[in-house]
Design a protein around this ligand. Structure first.
Ligand code: ATP
Ligand code: MG
Ligand code: MG
Ligand code: MG
Length: 493
C-alpha cells in the first residue's frame, strides 16, 4: 500500500466514524511559551482540553507535522542511528473533546489496524498504564478490560509512567495511555524470544506505532496534577512507522516516504544506500561498526524534511530561538554529507524538489514555496561550507594537541563563534573520535561574548523574519559579515 493511501485510509476511517478532518497546524509554534515546535498532534488542541474554547467538532482527525528536536521530546540523537525515530514526522491522530472515551477509541484503533489495514493480530502487542503512586493515579483497569475483549491477555503489557503516562511538556494536559506495538521480526527471531519482552526495549523491529492517550489531567507549574473539566481522547500514530508495517519493510527508510529522497542522494553522490545495517545502540563502539555512508544518508533525508517544512511554515534558519534549532539541524546534515558522502558543494537543497513532488499534494505549502525553500537551504549550505573545512581542520588540530579525552571549551567556542559550528555539532564530531569538551569553559566564553555584544547593542540587527503565509515574497539573499550570516532579506513583490 502506498503511503498516500495509508494516510487517506486513516482519515477516511475516522471521517466515516463522525470525525471532522482538519489540516495540520504549522510545525512551528509562535504563541506557546511552553513549546517551540509542534511535537504531537494534540498541541494545537491543548486549549480545548484545558476547557478554554470549543473545537469545531467534538470529534476531529488529522495528520500533524511534528518535530522532536527540543524540550521534553527530543529524538535528534537517535536519528540516523536507528530506523524509526525522525526529527520531522507525521502523526496521524483522532480526538474526542469530551465526547467518546476509552471504549470507542480502543475499539476503533483495533478495527482500523486489524480489519482495514489487515495487520495480523499475532504481530500486535498492547500496553496499559500500571499506575503511579507518586501522582496518585491508579492502574488503568478500564483499558485492560476493554483490551481483554479484543486480544489475548498475555499480549497486554503493563507500562510505567515513562512509557504509559503521556505528557506534552513539563506542564499541560496529560493522562494515562495505552499503546500498540507491532512485531516485524523474522519468524526465526520470533521463535527465539517472545515479542512481549522486546516491547519498549529499543528493538528496531518491535516498535510502538500508536498511542491512545486518555486525557484526564493537567500538570501544573508546581508539578502537581489537577483533574481536567472533562475526559478526552488524544491519539497519535507514527505515519512512517505504520507505512513500514504495511509495506512489509523493517526500516522506515525503506518505505516510499523516504526512498525517492534516498535515490536522489544516490544519484547526486554516486554512492549506494544499503539499508540493512541499522542499529539502535548509542554505544560508540557499535556505531563505529555501522556503515557511515548509510547513517549519513539517513540523517540527510531525515533532516531535509524537518528543515524544509519549518522554512515553508515561516521559520528561517537564524542565530536565535527556533531559527537556531533549524540552522543546527541543517548544519548537522551538511557536515554528515561533507565528511561521509564527500559532498563539497551545496546539494541538500536539490532534495526539496523531490520532497515537494512527493508531499505537495497533501501539504501544499511545500509545493507553493518550493523555490523559496530551495534557495534558503542552498544559501545556508553555501555559507556553512565556506567555513566547514577550515573548522574541521582546526578541530583536528585541537584534538591532536589535547592530552586526555576532554577538549578545551574555549576552542569549541571559537569554532562556534568563528566557524559557525553549533556546539552540539562539535560534540557529535568529538564523540565520533572518542572525545568530549569542557562545557563550563564554553559557557564562560559565551557569557563574555554576550557581554561584549550587549555593550554594542545599539547597532545590533534582527537576523530573522517571520514569513506570513500567503504573502508573495521573493528571496533576495543574505547579507554577510566575515563568517556569519547576519541578516536575511526578504523583499515583498
Ligand atoms: P518512542 O517510544 O518510540 O520514542 P513515543 O512514546 O515517544 O515513541 P509518542 O509520544 O507516544 O511516542 O507519540 C505517538 C506516536 O508517534 C508513537 O507511537 C510513534 O509511532 C510516533 N513517533 C514518536 N516519536 C517519533 C519519532 N521521533 N519519529 C517517528 N515517529 C515517532
Ligand atoms: Mg519517544
Ligand atoms: Mg514510547
Ligand atoms: Mg508513546
Amino acid at each position: 500500500m502506498k503511503s498516500q493511501d495509508v494516510r487517506k485510509q486513516f482519515l477516511d476511517f475516522f471521517k466515516s466514524n463522525g470525525h471532522l478532518i482538519v489540516p495540520s497546524a504549522p510545525i512551528v509554534l509562535k504563541d506557546d511559551p511552553t513549546l517551540m515546535f509542534n511535537n504531537s498532534g494534540m498541541a494545537q488542541f491543548k486549549e480545548f482540553f484545558l476547557g478554554n474554547g470549543t473545537p469545531k467538532s467534538p470529534r476531529i482527525a488529522d495528520t500533524q507535522k511534528c518535530l522532536r528536536v527540543s524540550g521534553k521530546h527530543n529524538d535528534l540523537e537517535d536519528v540516523g542511528f536507528d530506523t524509526y525515530h525522525h526529527t520531522m514526522f507525521e502523526m496521524l491522530g483522532n480526538w474526542s473533546f469530551g465526547d467518546y472515551f476509552k471504549k470507542e477509541a480502543i475499539n476503533w484503533a483495533w478495527t482500523l489496524l486489524t480489519e482495514v489495514y489487515k495487520i495480523p493480530k499475532e504481530n500486535l502487542y498492547v500496553s496499559v498504564f500500571e499506575g503511579s503512586k507518586e501522582d496518585n493515579v491508579p492502574f488503568d483497569q478500564e483499558a485492560w478490560d476493554i483490551w481483554k475483549t479484543l486480544i489475548d491477555e498475555d499480549r497486554i503489557i503493563l507500562g510505567n509512567k515513562k512509557d504509559n503516562f503521556w505528557e506534552m511538556g513539563d506542564q499541560g494536559p496529560c493522562g494515562p495511555c495505552s499503546e500498540i506495538h507491532v512485531d516485524l521480526r523474522s519468524e526465526e527471531e520470533k521463535a527465539l524470544k517472545p515479542g512481549k519482552e522486546e516491547v519498549n526495549n529499543d528493538h528496531p523491529q518491535v516498535v510502538e506505532i500508536w498511542n491512545n492517550v486518555f486525557m484526564e489531567f493537567n500538570r501544573k507549574a508546581d508539578g502537581s496534577l489537577e483533574k481536567l473539566p472533562a475526559q478526552h481522547v488524544d491519539t497519535g500514530m507514527g505515519f512512517e512507522r505504520l507505512c513500514m508495517a504495511l509495506q512489509g519493510k523493517t526500516s522506515n527508510y525503506d518505505t516510499d516516504v523516504f526512498t525517492p529522497l534516498i535515490e536522489k542522494v544516490e544519484q547526486i553522490t554516486g554512492l549506494k544506500y544499503t539499508s540493512n545495517d541499522a542499529m539502535t545502540s548509542r554505544d560508540l563502539s557499535i556505531q563505529e561498526k555501522q556503515n557511515k555512508t548509510n547513517i549519513a544518508i539517513r540523517v540527510i533525508v531525515d533532516h531535509v524534511r524537518a528543515v524544509a517544512f519549518a522554512i515553508a511554515d515561516g521559520q528561517l534558519p537564524s542565530n536565535t530561538g527556533a531559527g537556531y534549532v533549524i540552522r543546527r539541524i541543517l548544519r548537522r546534515a551538511i557536515r554528515y554529507g561533507f565528511t561521509f558522502l564527500n559532498t563539497k558543494e551545496p546539494f541538500i537543497n536539490k532534495l526539496v524538489e523531490v520532497l515537494a513532488n512527493q508531499m505537495g499534494e497533501f501539504f501544499p505549502e511545500i509545493k507553493s514555496q518550493q523555490q523559496f525553500v530551495t534557495n534558503v537551504i542552498r544559501e545556508e549550505e553555501a555559507s556553512f561550507l565556506r567555513t566547514l573545512d577550515q573548522g574541521l581542520q582546526l578541530l583536528d588540530h585541537v584534538i591532536a594537541e589535547t592530552t586526555g579525552q576532554e577538549v578545551s571549551g574555549a576552542k569549541v567556542f571559537e569554532l562556534y563563534d568563528t566557524f559557525g559550528f553549533p556546539k552540539d555539532l562539535t560534540a557529535l564530531i568529538l564523540k565520533e573520535k572518542g572525545f568530549s569538551y569542557n562545557e563550563e569553559e564554553f559557557e564562560v566564553e559565551l557569557q563574555k561574548q554576550k557581554a561584549r555584544s550587549r555593550a554594542a547593542s545599539e547597532i545590533s540587527t534582527e537576523d530573522w523574519n517571520v514569513l506570513i503565509p500567503g504573502n508573495v515574497e521573493t528571496f533576495v539573499g543574505y547579507d554577510k559579515t566575515d563568517n556569519e550570516v547576519k541578516i536575511t532579506r526578504i523583499r515583498k513583490v
